[in-house]
Design a protein around this ligand. Structure first.
Ligand SMILES: Nc1nc2c(ncn2[C@@H]2O[C@H](COP(=O)(O)OP(=O)(O)OP(=O)(O)O)[C@@H](O)[C@H]2O)c(=O)[nH]1
Ligand SMILES: [Mg+2]
Length: 429
């Protein structure tokens, strides 16, 4: 835990990149994002070091000379924290600490730390603790020697065992306890969400800080926490979204009047795999969704790269292949109209909005309605001859193309989405 919040530690950033990756690697933006992350954790970033080499150094990640240069800077400027963009092995971490003589962490550790400070609910806390332990297991050093006290005698030191082995065993035990607890939370969530199955479910996904929570608030009148910080949201919040059905307009398309909209944790480049793994229960809402609203910060120069990161993270959690509406947000900050025209022509199913200023937000609703209508299927059902009330309910939920009054029954041909179909089928059982 870097505990930078209270005392604002003087911090330097370090980033290594391989010459081979030169074409695809924009170190200024990478360092800018790392700086934003560090500041989110409360660090006071005073300098950034960047090094490009053919290959990384197995001992220090960066070259030995660069490590010495950083070491000098750290001593002269009273730096207490060094943050690496690159993931460091246990050996690199130990070697760097010996050379630079101050606290050194990598980006994964930094993200874990931010998650730990932002976790509010029991579920988020369990998930973060699990990710932290999974992260620390292969990096175990002497700093963990007080674990047996912390975990209240779950195990005691066996004869001949080293302290690290004991600690490793304790961590493993704690990991299984956490996993079990999370399974229980997951089961509870599944029971609670049984009811939700009958609704069309939409999830807001996107890069962290893109404006997902702001859009949820604007669309549903919710009051979810919004901050110009990374990972402000770590839990899933679900609200219902009422869609007005204009029955007088002669538009016969039908969609459910009420759908569910969920906001959840955002993504970032190189999100530690342990975190994604342990946030599976939070992210399951995304996996179970019928439609995704991908919120993109159009004012960020790297928005296209960020879109790719979101796509690959969705693949990793097995939520790719769903219908997606691309919501280009923060248009109020974009002065260049070419950028707006570019995304409108390049990306399918795109809307350009400003969630904060409430600009064009209605276009999102219209797109959602279009998507709902796309899912319509045709179906023929039978009612008993006297079930007129049910027939009028069906008229509200579906586009009815044919009604035949037979001797003992009414045969109705209708078109609507699968959720409505299953509702109507239950109604007529
Ligand atoms: N200028 C401008 N700022 C916006 C807009 N939408 C959101 N913001 C700001 O962007 C910041 C992040 O907004 P959030 O809604 O918290 O973003 P998020 O995607 O939920 O972020 P995380 O939960 O941290 O992943 C806040 O400071 C918002 O006020 C917009 O349309 N225009
Ligand atoms: Mg949020």
């Amino acid at each position: 835990m870097i505990n930078t919040r209270k005392d604002s530690e003087k911090t330097v950033l370090v980033c290594y990149s391989s010459r081979k990756d030169k074409k695809h690697f924009h170190y200024e933006e990478t360092l800018e994002e790392l700086k934003f992350l560090a500041e989110t954790a409360g660090a006071d970033v005073v300098k950034a070091f960047y090094q490009e080499k053919d290959t990384f150094d197995v001992r220090f990640m960066i070259g030995k000379g660069k490590a010495e240069e950083i070491s000098e800077y750290v001593t002269e400027n009273d730096i207490s924290l060094v943050i690496f963009e690159n993931e460091l092995s246990y050996t690199q971490l130990r070697n760097l600490e010996q050379k630079i003589k101050c606290k050194i962490i990598d980006k994964s550790k930094l993200i874990l730390d931010i998650f730990a400070s932002n976790a509010r609910t029991a579920q988020a806390k369990l998930q973060v603790e699990l990710a932290q332990l999974e992260y620390s297991l292969p990096r175990l050093t002497r700093q963990w020697t007080h674990l047996s006290k912390q975990f209240g005698g779950i195990g005691t030191k066996g004869p001949g065992e080293t302290q690290i082995e004991t600690d490793r065993r304790l961590i493993k035990t704690r990991i299984s306890v956490l996993k079990e607890k999370l399974l229980k939370v997951d089961e509870q969530r599944k029971t609670q969400s049984k009811d939700r199955k009958k609704f069309f479910r939409i999830s807001l996904v996107g890069y962290t800080n893109a404006g997902k929570s702001t859009l949820l608030n604007v669309l549903t009148g919710a009051n979810v926490y919004v901050e110009n910080k990374l990972f402000a949201t770590l839990d899933t919040s679900t609200r219902s979204l009422e869609l007005d059905v204009n029955e007088k307009s002669g538009d016969l398309s039908r969609y459910p009047k009420k759908v569910l909209l969920s906001d959840t944790v955002g993504f970032i480049k190189n999100l530690p795999h342990d975190l994604i793994e342990s946030f599976k229960s939070t992210l399951s809402e995304v996996v179970d969704s019928d439609l995704l609203l991908h919120v993109i910060d159009l004012s960020n120069h790297n928005f296209e790269e960020q879109m790719e990161v979101v796509k690959s993270t969705l693949e990793e959690i097995h939520a790719s292949g769903k219908s997606v509406i691309n919501v280009f947000n923060k248009a109020d900050l974009v002065k260049d109209t070419d950028v707006i025209n570019h995304v409108k022509t390049k990306f399918k199913n795109a809307v350009v909005i400003s969630a904060q200023k409430g600009l064009n937000v209605n276009a999102v609703i219209e797109k959602i309605k279009e998507e709902l209508n796309k899912n319509n299927i045709e179906k023929t059902i039978r009612l008993k001859a006297d079930e007129h009330k049910k027939l009028s309910a069906i008229y509200k939920l579906a586009e009815v193309s044919n009604v035949k009054y037979l001797k003992n029954s009414i045969k109705v041909t209708l078109k609507t989405n699968d959720k409505n179909i299953s509702y109507i089928e239950k109604l007529t059982e």
